[in-house]
Design a protein around this ligand. Structure first.
Ligand code: ZN
Length: 131
């Protein structure tokens, strides 16, 4: 999944639901615009997969090459704690507009986590069958 196609697709599916949620709670138009901007940033550019050769790291150009060089895949860029700290700080400045980026990043982390979990279970079953 490191090309990022699946993550981007899921992020695109999520966005209308986030916007509808903001509309239903009477969020301001500025909050909705900011939410969309943060969605663009975190769904297409600053994503957990900036630590590997992915579409998002390629979009960042030189910065993407530097992050790929400096960080190993699924290290700090895939840290739930690091992203949560970032989103708490973002929330302080932009309020609920943070949902634009947070939903995208957390769905990415959840998909990576479940994908890894399923692979581990498959491996465990295969090993058990060959004993
Ligand atoms: Zn990932």
């Amino acid at each position: 999944m490191s090309s990022g196609d699946t993550h981007e697709f899921i992020s695109k599916v999520e966005l209308p639901f986030v916007m509808i949620f903001l509309y239903l709670i009477n969020a301001s138009i500025m909050t909705m615009i900011l939410c969309f901007v943060l969605w663009v940033v975190h769904a297409l550019y600053v994503t957990p997969d900036d630590d590997t050769e992915s579409k998002s790291s390629h979009r960042l150009g030189l910065i993407g090459k530097i992050t790929v060089f400096l960080f190993h895949h699924r290290g700090i860029w895939h840290s739930w704690i690091a992203w949560t700290v970032l989103f708490v700080i973002e929330y302080h400045y932009v309020g609920l507009a943070v949902l634009g980026g947070a939903t995208s990043v957390y769905s990415h982390l959840m998909m990576d986590f479940t994908g890894t979990w399923i692979e581990r279970k498959k491996t465990k079953i295969k090993r058990a069958m060959w004993r």
